[in-house]
Design a protein around this ligand. Structure first.
Ligand SMILES: Nc1ncnc2c1ncn2[C@@H]1O[C@H](COP(=O)(O)OP(=O)(O)OP(=O)(O)O)[C@@H](O)[C@H]1O
Ligand SMILES: [Mg+2]
Length: 401
C-alpha cells in the first residue's frame, strides 16, 4: 500500500483552554475529566492511521465520536491542536493558509450530506462551480461538467434545476461536482445518509462502480455498519475521539475487538460481508501435464484430501479429480489425469460474498476460487463456509447473552 494520507498523533481540542486541556490529556485524563475541568471538548484523542492511495477508507462511530472532526482536519476546515497530517508527504497541519488553499483546490474535494447544491443554478452550472472557483476557463469547465455528468448518468439533466431531480439524482450531482475537479482525494461526510434506503443502496453501488475506474483516495464517513462494510476496503471505528478498531470488513465482523464494535456488527448479516477469498483453507492443486495419477494420489494423501483441483500452466483451474478415481486408475495402470478429470466444476471469484456462493454447491463439489486474472487461489468446501459463519454468529451471541 502506498500511503496517500498519513495521520500521526492527531489531537483536536475544541475550546479556549487548549494548553490546559492538552496537559490534562497527556496526563491521562479522560474526555469527561477534561470537559469538567476546562470546559474543552476533546475531539480527537491521539489518532494515527495511514490511508492508501486509491483506498476507500471508511470512518464509523456513534454521534460525537469525532468522525467529522477527523475528516475536517484533513482539509483543515478544523485546525488540529497537535500532530501531523501528511498528504503526498506534505504536512498540511503545518502549512500556511495560502498553501492550504492551493491544496484544497487541487487535491481535495468534499461531498456533503445535504448535497449543497445551488437551487437557482442548473445542474451543469452546479457541477461547473468547483472548477469555476479553481479559475478554469469557461469552455473547459463546460465540457468537463458535461463529461462528468455523463459519468454519473445525468447528462440529460444538465439544463434542469436541481429541484426537479430526486434526492438520489441530486446526490449524484454533488458527486459529479466533486469528481469534476480531478482532485485525487474525496472526503464524503455522511454523503448518503439523507437518502431513502433504496436510493442509498443504488448510490453505494454507483460509488463502487466509479471507484473501480477512478481509483480516488476516498474517506467516507458513515453511521451505518452495513454501508461501511459494503464500501470500505478498510474501516476505522471511532469512540470518544479515538480509533477503537481498524481493519477490513471481514476482520471487524469475524473478530470484533470489544463490545462497542460487536454492537455495530451485530445487525449485519455476515454472509453479506465475508468474502469467499478469506475462507480458503486448501490451496494445493495438481498441474496438468506435470502431475500423473500416481503423483496426484500422493499429494492428495499428503494433504489429506478426497478431491483436488487441476490447473493449467497459467494456474487456471481446468478440472478436478477425486481420490477414488485416482485409486481405481492406478489399479488399471492408467496414468493420465486428463481421462478421469471432471471438467464441469463450480468457479467463483474471490471477492464474492458467502451469500452469493451457496447455490454453487448444488453438485456437492468444493468451489474453485479464482482471482481477477482467473488464477486458482484455492478451494472452499461448504463446511468451511458454515464454520466461518457459525464463528461469526457465535461472536454475536456472546454479546447478547
Ligand atoms: N466547533 C465545535 N466546537 C466545540 N465542540 C465541537 C465542535 N465541533 C465538534 N465538537 C465536539 O467534538 C466532538 C466530536 O464531534 P464530531 O462532529 O467530530 O462527531 P461525529 O462523529 O462527526 O458526530 P456525528 O455522527 O453526530 O456527525 C463532539 O463531542 C462535538 O460536540
Ligand atoms: Mg459528523
Amino acid at each position: 500500500m502506498t500511503a496517500k494520507i498519513i495521520i500521526e498523533s492527531l489531537i483536536k481540542i475544541y475550546g479556549k483552554k487548549h494548553s490546559a486541556a492538552l496537559k490534562l490529556f497527556r496526563e491521562g485524563k479522560t474526555r469527561d475529566d477534561i470537559l469538567k475541568s476546562t470546559g474543552n471538548v476533546l475531539g480527537l484523542a491521539d489518532v494515527s492511521l495511514e490511508i492508501g492511495k486509491g483506498e476507500l477508507f471508511v470512518v464509523m462511530g456513534l454521534s460525537g465520536s469525532g468522525k467529522s472532526t477527523l475528516v475536517r482536519c484533513i482539509n483543515r476546515l478544523v485546525s488540529p491542536t497537535s500532530g501531523h497530517i501528511y498528504i503526498d508527504g506534505e504536512d498540511v497541519a503545518h502549512v500556511d493558509e495560502k498553501r492550504m488553499r492551493e491544496i484544497r483546490l487541487n487535491k481535495i474535494s468534499m461531498v456533503f450530506q445535504r448535497f449543497g447544491l445551488f437551487p437557482h443554478k442548473t445542474v451543469r452550472e452546479n457541477v461547473e462551480y468547483g472548477l469555476k472557483v479553481r479559475g478554469a476557463e469557461t469552455i473547459y469547465r463546460r465540457n468537463k461538467a458535461l463529461e462528468t455528468l455523463e459519468v454519473v448518468g445525468l447528462e440529460k439533466w444538465a439544463n434542469y434545476k436541481p429541484t426537479s431531480l430526486s434526492g438520489g439524482m441530486q446526490q449524484r450531482v454533488g458527486l459529479a461536482r466533486a469528481l469534476a475537479t480531478d482532485a485525487d482525494i474525496l472526503l464524503m461526510d455522511e454523503a448518503f445518509s439523507a437518502l431513502d434506503p433504496l436510493t442509498r443502496g443504488e448510490m453505494q453501488d454507483e460509488l463502487l462502480r466509479l471507484q473501480k475506474e477512478l481509483h480516488k483516495t476516498i474517506v467516507f464517513i458513515s453511521h451505518d455498519m452495513q454501508e461501511g462494510l459494503k464500501l470500505g476496503d478498510r474501516i476505522a471505528v471511532m469512540k470518544d475521539g479515538a480509533i477503537v478498531q481498524l481493519g477490513s470488513p471481514e476482520e471487524l465482523v469475524t473478530n470484533p475487538k470489544n463490545d462497542y464494535i460487536k454492537a455495530f456488527t451485530e445487525e449485519v448479516n455476515s454472509a453479506q460481508v465475508i468474502r469467499v477469498g478469506s475462507v480458503i483453507s486448501k490451496t494445493a492443486s495438481l498441474i496438468i501435464g506435470q502431475d500423473s495419477v500416481s503423483s496426484g494420489l500422493k499429494q492428495m494423501l499428503s494433504h489429506n484430501l478426497q478431491l483436488m483441483y487441476v490447473v493449467d500452466d497459467d494456474n487456471r483451474p481446468v478440472g478436478l479429480v477425486k481420490r477414488q478415481y485416482l485409486e481405481e486408475s492406478i489399479k488399471k495402470g492408467e496414468e493420465d489425469i486428463m481421462t478421469i478429470m471432471e471438467t464441469d466444476f463450480p468457479v467463483v471469484d474471490s471477492s464474492t460474498t458467502l451469500e452469493g456462493i451457496f447455490y454453487h454447491y448444488k453438485r456437492g463439489f468444493p468451489l474453485a476460487v479464482v482471482n481477477e486474472k482467473k488464477e486458482f487461489q484455492g478451494m472452499v468446501e461448504a463446511v468451511d463456509v458454515l464454520t466461518t459463519l457459525g464463528q461469526a454468529n457465535k461472536n454475536f451471541d456472546e454479546t447478547n447473552s
